[in-house]
Design a protein. Structure first.
Length: 283
């Protein structure tokens, strides 16, 4: 099957893993809005159109902005649906055509495209991974989620072998390099970190660093478990919108810390400077 080719290439940031509930869509939305406020022209692709978490987040944002008369920054967004064809070959061909069309449209308009992948293995997810310049994989800070990256010895926590997902990322890296000599910068973010330095947290950290050296990814601190993220999702907002939106959410120290986590993630992404004049960050 022919590989995806894009006439004009935007920088591609993919949020992916094969486990639901890790905060991919929350991270994707905050990266999108953060980049928009930094002056980038941003496109968004929701490859999990059935669950549609990112699409619903963007729809809520549009509705909130219209109801309040606010000019909140919005990406150009496309949801790519899975094929319903019975033949696997025909289904994959149709999905590849849909994905290629979406990437082509957004690459003509945008400097950065953010792709939110489903929390399961699918052909669309693999297509998205193969386009990545930066792959961000959120994991919850436990060995339950660590299994998504590698099999670990239960006694000494040594890494036995990489997981199926890690092998899929390796395959995506090979295909990306063969296509255009591009390299995928893989970032694993330890999401929902606990405040205490529990033994489990230390063990996860040390094992993760050993795996990072073995299969080639960077680690960053992810988002803490805070009610604010769930509240903002229902409104279609991010932490960078709170003051501008005027929703009565008081920015206490935990919110300031959460916003710093978001900014640290965006800062960890290797990207060129935006070509547009910067939009003031109203947060």
């Amino acid at each position: 099957m022919a590989s995806v080719t894009i006439d004009r290439r935007a920088q591609v940031i993919v949020l992916g893993n094969e486990k639901g509930g890790s905060g991919k869509s929350t991270a994707a939305m905050h990266v999108i809005v953060g980049l928009l406020r930094d002056g980038y022209r941003v496109g968004a692709i929701d490859l999990d159109a059935r669950q549609a978490t990112l699409s619903a987040y963007l729809a809520a944002r549009t509705a909130f902005a219209e109801a309040r008369g606010l000019d909140l920054p919005l990406p150009r967004s496309i949801a790519v649906h899975r094929s319903e064809r019975d033949s696997r070959a025909e289904a994959e061909a149709e999905e590849e055509e849909r994905f290629t069309r979406a990437m082509g449209e957004l690459s003509r308009e945008c400097e950065v495209v953010v792709i939110d992948c489903p929390g399961s293995d699918s052909y669309l997810s693999r297509l998205g991974h193969r386009q990545a310049d930066t792959l961000i994989t959120p994991i919850n800070d436990s060995f339950v989620d660590f299994a998504m990256l590698a099999k670990v010895d239960p006694d000494n926590h040594d890494v036995i072998h990489p997981s199926i997902y890690s092998e899929m990322v390796w395959e995506a890296r090979k295909r990306r390099f063969a296509r255009d000599r591009g390299r995928i910068d893989w970032i694993v973010m330890r999401n929902r970190l606990g405040a205490s330095e529990a033994r489990n947290k230390r063990d996860v950290g040390s094992t993760l660093e050993a795996l990072a050296r073995r299969i080639g990814f960077r680690t960053v601190k992810g988002f803490g478990e805070r009610v604010i993220f769930r509240e903002l999702y229902l409104l279609g907002l991010t932490l960078m919108d709170v003051r501008e939106a005027g929703v009565g959410i008081r920015m206490d120290m935990s919110h300031v810390a959460a916003r710093a986590e978001v900014r640290a993630l965006i800062g960890a992404i290797r990207k060129p400077p935006p070509r547009l004049e910067l939009t003031p960050d109203a947060a």
